[in-house]
Structure formats: structure tokens, C-alpha cells
Design a protein around this ligand. Structure first.
Ligand SMILES: CSC[C@H]1O[C@H](OP(=O)(O)O)[C@H](O)[C@@H]1O
Length: 368
């Protein structure tokens, strides 16, 4: 299904049935490509909560289709009440990525003032499709802007390989196409710039090992899988030219919530004077908050994700216990990197300082 060198979309509407949304079960990558049918708001919610789909932009797109399916499935006389209940349900599936709430708010704007259910269905379907198509172009633009940084580094070391470290998966599998952190990498690679990616495995769900290395392998981008604790050593030995990561929620002051472990990478990058960039669509900016450490909700997931390693064994996909069964585990899904550790933010509008001034100069409509 995923053809080497060609981007496929992570979510799509069945060609013959506009009420059938399809996506990949990302829990099975890189071992199996399984298409999952989503036909109800509950199935959309489960897909987000169980991480069949994950990644802030893709979570938002799934929620947008989820509320559309809610309008389709409802058989009663108060569809707006039902949609509000479904909005709360979908919002509660995962707390950190702001794209979930953003997409649902966009969808409710699309039905503002409508009373007829069929009109709501049409507006929500159109709105979900727009979120998907906009994300593709947004991520492509992020790549164009981020490419400039890679080109500048390439110019400073002519003929040499540019070594880029990334954490988790902020690739096209976290979005619709291109990805955020990977988009500049793909565009540099396609332009013939010699890039190599250090891929953090990203425990406990191993999105780096399972997804980023799968993507880069598919696209023929040179890469090396490393443990989450290796990056600092590589930076000390001048083996990393830049770090680029995605984000699930960035505050108006430039604090960045991203997969657990990102903050530690930023500290190591800062200590070794390695540029640390965050690539994000504006849909991931929470303009309502300033202090990320205090205000961004950090998802706590099952302790079993820490206690077990999930992968392909002799009998197919299986979980293997790596500690005493009675050992408790803490599974913080994200951490927050303070803006002071971020070299720059790469959005669809360009590269800016990780600060309120930097962001509101790029998005003047958000100035207070
Ligand atoms: C472009 S958003 C990618 C972002 O989402 C990932 O989290 P999860 O896989 O748990 O949804 C991770 O934080 C990535 O950086």
C-alpha cells in the first residue's frame, strides 16, 4: 500500500462511500499495513485513544471526521445536543495535542447557525476534508521553510552529510502527508542534499523505531536508529548538526509540548550549541496559554506501555514483559521544552523566534 518514494495519505474517504473513513493502524507498522474502517464517532474516538492514529495533526483530522460521522449516525430530534456530547467525548480521548480541540472548534464554526441535520452533515464533511487538504499544504510549506535551515548548514560544510536528530514521529504518519519535522528532511533529500537522520527510538511506544525509521526507509533517506539516551553523546562529539522535532501543543510564548524526552534533547542541544528547531502548523499553537510547564495537560498513559515492549515475535505481534510484573510504572506521554531552549519555530508562514513577539509577528491576527 505504501509505495517507496511516494507519499500516501494517512486518512481518506472511501471513493464509493462518503460515510466510510479509512486510515492505517499505526500500531502495526513497520510489520503490517492494515487499513481500518471508521464509520462511527465512537470508532473515531477509539482510533485516537488507542493510537491506531496518532500525531497532533492526524488526531485533529480524525476528530473532524468523527464529529461528521456523529451527525450522520444520529437518529433523534436534537442533533446539536448530540454533537456537543460527541465533541466532549472526542476531546477527552487525548488531552495534550491541541489539534483535537482546534479541529472540533473549526467544525462547530462550520455548522454555526445551521438547524437542518443534512446541512450539518454536508458542512462537517466539507470541513473535515478542508482540514485534511489544508494540512497537506501547511506541512509542505513547513518543509520549504525548514529546507532553508538545512541548506544553510550544508553551505557551511560543503560536500559533507548533514546529520539531523529527531525524536518520536513527526512524519507524514503523524499528519496527512509530508509531516512536520520530516518535511524539511524529505525536501532536502529530494533536492539531493546529503542528509542523515539520527532516529530516537522513543520509548515507550517506540514511534521513532516503528514509524520514523519506517518512513525514512520507504523514502530512501539515510538514517540510524538510536536509543533515547544516545543523542547527548552524539552532540558532544559533534555528530549532530541540528535537532528538529514536532510538537503537540506550543504556547503563544513558544513553550513546546512534545513527546516525553524532547526536553532532555533540548537541554543536550543547548549545552552543545546544536540548533534545536520545532516544526509545527499554526493549528498546534495554543494562543490561550503562556506557561507551557504550568498549563499544558500532560497525558498519563497505561503503565503497561512502560512495562512491556510490543513488537513482532515468532508468533506475530506480541508484548514482552521487561520488569517484575508487580513493579509499578509511570508513563508520562509528553514533556514541555521552555522557549529559551528552542532555536526557532518553523511554521507554514516561515521561521520565527520561540516567543510571543516572534509568533505574533508571524501571526499578527493573534496579537493582543
Ligand atoms: C506532528 S505531531 C507529532 C507528535 O505527536 C507525537 O505524539 P503521539 O505519537 O503520542 O501522538 C509526538 O509527540 C510527535 O512529536
Amino acid at each position: 500500500m505504501i509505495i517507496k518514494g511516494e507519499h500516501k495519505r494517512t486518512i481518506w474517504v472511501d471513493k464509493n462511500n462518503s460515510q466510510l473513513i479509512q486510515t492505517f493502524d499505526q500500531r502495526l507498522f513497520p510489520h503490517e499495513v492494515k487499513i481500518v474502517d471508521i464509520t462511527t464517532s465512537a470508532e473515531a474516538g477509539v482510533a485516537i485513544k488507542d493510537m491506531i492514529v496518532r500525531g497532533a495533526p492526524l488526531i485533529g483530522a480524525m476528530a473532524a471526521y468523527g464529529i461528521y460521522l456523529a451527525a450522520v449516525e444520529y437518529k433523534g430530534d436534537d442533533v446539536l445536543a448530540y454533537l456537543n456530547e460527541r465533541k466532549d467525548y472526542l476531546n477527552e480521548t487525548r488531552p495534550t495535542a491541541i489539534n483535537l480541540a482546534w479541529a472540533l472548534n473549526e467544525q462547530f464554526k462550520n455548522i454555526d447557525g445551521l438547524t437542518d441535520q443534512s446541512e450539518m452533515i454536508a458542512a462537517l464533511f466539507k470541513g473535515a476534508n478542508k482540514i485534511v487538504e489544508d494540512d497537506v499544504e501547511t506541512c509542505r510549506m513547513i518543509g520549504e521553510h525548514g529546507l532553508q535551515i538545512i541548506e544553510e548548514i550544508a553551505a557551511s560544510k560543503p560536500g559533507e552529510t548533514i546529520n539531523i536528530l529527531t525524536h518520536c514521529n513527526a512524519g507524514w504518519l503523524a499528519c496527512i502527508d509530508w509531516g512536520t519535522a520530516t518535511s524539511p528532511i524529505y525536501q532536502a533529500h529530494q533536492k539531493g542534499i546529503k542528509v542523515h537522520v539520527w532516529v530516537d527510538e522513543t520509548r515507550p511506544r517506540s514511534q521513532g523505531a516503528n514509524l520514523t525509521s519506517f518512513e525514512l526507509n520507504e523514502q530512501g533517506v539515510p538514517h540510524t536508529l538510536i536509543t533515547d539516551n544516545t543523542g547527548g553523546h552524539l552532540m558532544q562529539h559533534h555528530m549532530v548538526d541540528m535537532v528538529i522535532v514536532g510538537t503537540d501543543r506550543t504556547t503563544r510564548s513558544g513553550d513546546v509540548a512534545n513527546k516525553i524526552g524532547t526536553y532532555l534533547k533540548a537541554l543536550a542541544a543547548n549545552d552543545n550549541h546544536v540548533p534545536f528547531y520545532v516544526a509545527l502548523p499554526s493549528s498546534t499553537i495554543d494562543w490561550e496559554i503562556n506557561d507551557g510547564v504550568k498549563e499544558i495537560p500532560i497525558e498519563m498513559r497505561s503503565e503497561d506501555e512502560v512495562k512491556y515492549v510490543y513488537g513482532k515475535g515468532k508468533n506475530g505481534m506480541e508484548s514482552v514483559l521487561i520488569c517484575p510484573k508487580t513493579t509499578p510504572a509511570a508513563n508520562y506521554g509528553f514533556d514541555v521544552t521552555p522557549a529559551r531552549l528552542v532555536t526557532g519555530l518553523i511554521t507554514e508562514r516561515g521561521i520565527c523566534e520561540a516567543s510571543e513577539e516572534g509568533l505574533t509577528n508571524q501571526f499578527p491576527e493573534q496579537k493582543r
